[in-house]
Design a protein around this ligand. Structure first.
Ligand code: SF4
Length: 402
């Protein structure tokens, strides 16, 4: 089993296909979003600040800004991608400068705690046997005079999240597990996020019970990743920042044809197929709706005149009216009582059967024990399932074949 990290798990949660590209296929991309580029350099500057402080040198703000400018110039290149078309390199450079200035002015002279390390690499197990290993790089670890260990994280994002997000954050809480292992004498641990664009700091603490729960949840998530055999793409607004977008089957065709001149766009085989499918589907939906309306009219006509056969030009319509017993559905109140009655009478096995669609869904989503999932999967054979879904105004209507 590989050593997991918060970002590896987060990538899986956000998009299993991106996870596959990066961690299973090991595809590396030189391209980098400007936000990640900028974040990396701000981290570098703040690392220099605290590394120099450990050697009793307090950098001035101007020195740090010069360092930032030099590193920016050195590292900038065509591999840095600006997604927001209205923004320029200068805008991002100025934003980075503001972040560094904010941090400096808010925290100088930086003696609130003693730095124990910057970019600290932690590796630690989540379980007693050491099967589930986690690793991460902490921006800065420091110790206060009262013995409390601080785990610091620098954020250059343009949004300031609510305190609840900090209290639910997984990344630093996982680091706390590693820190407590490395510094068992710590009086306590505090998680600290520096939202440098806002001059704001958020703080959070975790109880021992919360950390036990986090260990369990993370192990369950790792089991889910390990059991995954299909890595589907998940479209979201993160796609614009995804380095695998040019290789992604969810974007390859739209991105390639939307850039074409109108005549070439219309002539593209994919566009023609999609257009014809949409047209026929719309016509079929309209006809189905009309058929339902006609059916209701036919039934009303037959009831009104007490008819059972209605003559047409070349065919007859037969209308059958009958009574049938209807029992409570799965979500109806009486259902539980009915099921209890049948189970109590020993008749449940006779009238119930395995719902294989529900079983497949549970294997994917219900977080069953890994051994049970493996045992159940021994009975499964792989079949290809293909679906075509039409998206209009962001809403999909799908048809599936297998
Ligand atoms: S572009 Fe979007 S859907 Fe495709 S791999 Fe990247 S994140 Fe996933």
């Amino acid at each position: 089993m590989p050593v997991y990290s918060h970002s590896r798990l987060e990538t899986f949660e956000n998009c299993p296909l991106k996870y596959k590209f990066r961690y299973i296929d090991g595809i590396k991309k030189a391209e980098q979003g400007v936000e990640a580029f900028l974040g990396g350099l701000v981290h570098e500057v703040l690392r220099k600040l605290y590394d120099d402080l450990q050697l009793e040198k307090l950098d001035t703000l101007d020195e740090l800004l010069d360092f930032f400018a030099a590193r920016w110039k050195q590292a900038w290149g065509p591999h840095v991608r600006i997604v927001r078309a209205s923004m320029t390199e200068q805008n991002y450079f100025d934003y980075g400068t503001k972040c560094i200035r904010n941090f400096y002015e808010r925290n100088a002279p930086f003696r609130q705690s003693q730095t124990l390390g910057t970019e600290v690499h932690l590796t630690f197990p989540l379980d007693g046997e050491g099967k589930y290993q986690l690793q991460g790089y902490v921006d800065r670890i420091a110790r206060r005079a009262d013995g409390t260990i601080e785990i610091h994280d620098y954020k250059t994002s343009r949004t300031l999240p609510a305190q609840e997000k900090a209290d639910a954050d997984r990344q630093l809480a996982l680091y706390q597990i590693g820190v407590q292992r490395q510094w068992p004498e710590a009086r306590g641990v505090e998680l600290i996020w520096h939202y440098v664009a806002f001059r704001e700091t958020q703080r959070s603490c975790r109880t021992a019970q919360q950390l036990v729960q986090l260990r369990h949840q993370t192990i369950e998530l790792i089991d889910r990743v390990e059991q995954t055999t299909r890595f589907d793409g998940k479209r979201s607004n993160l796609c614009d920042w995804c380095e695998y977008k040019p290789d992604c089957p969810l974007w390859q065709h739209p991105d390639s044809v939307l850039a074409l001149p109108p005549a070439q766009f219309k002539a593209d085989d994919g566009v023609r197929l999609a257009d014809e499918y949409t047209k026929i589907k719309f016509e079929r939906d309209t006809l189905e709706l009309r058929l339902e309306q006609l059916k209701e009219q036919v039934i009303a006509f037959a009831r009104q005149r007490n008819l059972r056969i209605i003559q047409g030009s070349g065919a007859q319509l037969s209308v059958r009216l009958s009574e049938a017993e209807k029992f409570p559905g799965k979500r109806e109140e009486e259902r539980a009582a009915l099921e209890a009655l049948l189970k109590g009478a020993g008749k449940w096995e006779e009238i119930s059967e395995l719902d294989t669609a529900a079983l497949a869904h549970a294997l994917e989503n219900a977080h069953w024990p890994a051994a049970l999932v493996a045992e159940v999967r021994r009975f499964a054979t792989q079949v290809e399932r293909v679906s075509v879904t039409l998206h209009r105004d962001g809403k999909g209507s799908g048809e599936e074949k297998s």
